[in-house]
Ligand binder design. Structure first.
Ligand code: ADP
Ligand code: MG
Length: 494
């Protein structure tokens, strides 16, 4: 080889070495970065751990708090509100009743025609309207006027066959799913807002009064016969359909539960003992908190920046308003500390609440081999394009961690209620059947979440008992239930 040839070989060799070096360095860098992403995910997963032993501690803590909340006003983070529903619908109710269901992003107006024991629900019509976000943080008059105006439109469409006898006012059951201190079946004051609502002038005020004045302004001539929340409504609707229903749980934008308590087991209740000896308790379990809850730095950050810091911790771990946001927060950290989503943090990823739970659920349910749905959601919502399969897989795993923790904690909460009711153990004689009436968009649409919740509950119960404890979906039980309660508490009742 001549001198030139040697030089050329050396130059080419050096170039190849440099190229290989760069490639290796890049690979090392990217695998190092991926390792960082994996490490963040693993750490998060470990902290979210909710093994059965932990869930049993959560359930026990729930039972303890239930006792404390029933013992005295303010005795617990669980308000254990007395609903004044001491008689669930019997099935004999008859006539046309209205309901209004407000408690999240949408509200529904309903008209239900009841045909007594023989015919049950003859007819049910409803209209669903979304609440403009500005009204969720405006004044109470604006919000209630908007609702009453929609109700007015709905009443105007009432067919002749529904018209009430002359001189009789239409009656309405109002499902208002926020913490309310009731003073009777149809009066109560708002304790505070949850689920993204923040209307200062309504807090501490008479809820039915606010609705009634708005109805008057909008020309709706109607009497509010029952004020309930969605859990109490669902319990009433569920029990009407099946007498074994004893608990209701809502997993939607927020979460809450209600159950039938013995009125003698409510020390803070000083009213008359009901004939049934029962009282429905609205737990407001979204505000449950315990040192056993597996909290992470992401949950603490979410809480601190929320509209209600320090409150509704159980809700912030389990419900539809927050699950997607927890995922976003973890992704944001991964984007900051690795190059899994590019060299810079995608700007959209920094926007709070941009990743909604329905989108998270769509990604989690993606079964395509290349995770197409995950890819397109990341692109459309977060403007992260060309994601690697590895990145998509990580996103699915993250959704799974967040959903699993939420669903398992919800199951633990239900176990806590069953314990309080003495329905977690088998007794001699006839097995007692317990149906948990479930509703809410999260439970209804997030299949993996629902299956995990139900499987976990079975795991936590003894095999014998678990055969007789069933979660059943009651679609829009809360609205129908409110109409039923308006009927069973009708001011015209004989
Ligand atoms: P609300 O709780 O507002 O009264 P819903 O019971 O209909 O109303 O629940 C709506 C909530 O359910 C949404 O805010 C969302 O968090 C959740 N949700 C709706 N659709 C889905 C879905 N496909 N996957 C997961 N969660 C969903
Ligand atoms: Mg609802």
């Amino acid at each position: 080889m001549g001198k030139v040839g040697v030089t050329a070989a050396v130059v080419v060799g050096a170039a190849v070495c440099a190229a290989v070096g760069l490639l290796v360095r890049n690979q090392l860098r990217s695998s190092g970065q991926c390792a960082r992403a994996d490490a963040i995910l693993k750490e998060f997963k470990d902290k979210c751990g909710a093994q059965n032993s932990k869930l049993k501690q959560v359930a026990d803590a729930m039972t303890v708090e239930m006792h404390a909340g029933l013992a005295s006003e303010g005795g617990s983070k669980l308000k254990m509100l007395i609903s004044y529903v001491d008689n669930l619908p019997s099935g004999a109710e008859e006539g046309v009743y209205y309901a209004l269901d407000l408690g999240g992003t949408n509200f529904r107006v309903l008209r239900v025609q009841l045909g007594g024991t023989e015919r049950g629900i003859i007819n049910r019509e409803f209209r669903e309207v979304s609440i403009p976000p500005n009204l969720m943080v405006g004044t109470s008059q604006e919000l209630f006027d908007y609702i009453a105006a929609e109700l007015a439109k709905f009443v105007a469409q009432e067919e002749d066959r529904f018209h009430l006898p002359f001189g009789r006012k239409r009656e309405l059951g109002f499902t208002f799913s926020f913490p309310v201190m009731q003073t009777s079946i149809n009066t109560g004051t708002l304790a505070r807002w949850t689920k993204g609502f923040s209307i200062d002038d309504a807090v501490g005020k008479d809820v039915v009064g606010a609705l009634s004045s708005a109805m008057e302004r909008q020309g709706v001539d109607m009497h509010v016969s029952a004020l309930v929340n969605d859990t109490v409504g669902t319990l009433a609707g569920g029990k009407y359909a099946n007498k074994d229903v004893a608990v209701a749980v809502i997993m939607g934008t927020g979460t809450n539960a209600a159950y039938v308590e013995r009125s003698q087991a409510i020390p803070k209740w000083h009213g008359p003992q009901s004939e049934s000896g029962e009282m429905v308790i609205n737990m407001e379990w979204g505000n449950f908190r315990s040192s056993h809850l597996p909290l992470t730095e992401y949950d603490i950050g979410l809480d601190a920046e929320s509209l209600n810091p320090g409150e509704q911790m159980f809700e912030k771990l389990t419900s539809g308003m927050y699950l997607g946001e927890i995922v976003r927060r973890v992704l944001c950290r991964i984007a900051e500390e690795s190059t899994l989503f590019g060299d810079t943090v995608p700007p959209k990823l920094k926007t709070p609440f941009i990743l909604r739970t329905p989108d998270m659920s769509a990604m989690h349910h993606d079964t395509s081999y290349d995770l197409k749905v995950v890819g397109s959601k990341l692109k459309d919502i977060l403007e992260i394009s060309n994601t690697s399969l590895k990145a998509r897989k990580l996103v699915v795993e993250l959704c799974s961690i967040v959903a699993t923790r939420g669903a398992r904690l919800a199951a633990a909460g239900i176990l806590g209620i069953l314990k309080k009711m003495g329905r977690d153990i088998s007794r001699d004689g006839e097995p007692q059947r317990t149906i948990i009436a479930m509703d809410g968009g999260l439970y209804e649409h997030y299949t993996v979440y629902r299956v995990c919740l139900e499987t976990t509950l079975r795991e936590l119960l003894d095999a014998e008992v678990s055969k007789n404890v069933v979660c059943e979906h009651f679609n829009d039980g809360s609205g129908t239930g409110a109409a039923l309660l308006a009927a069973s508490h009708s001011s015209y009742a004989s």
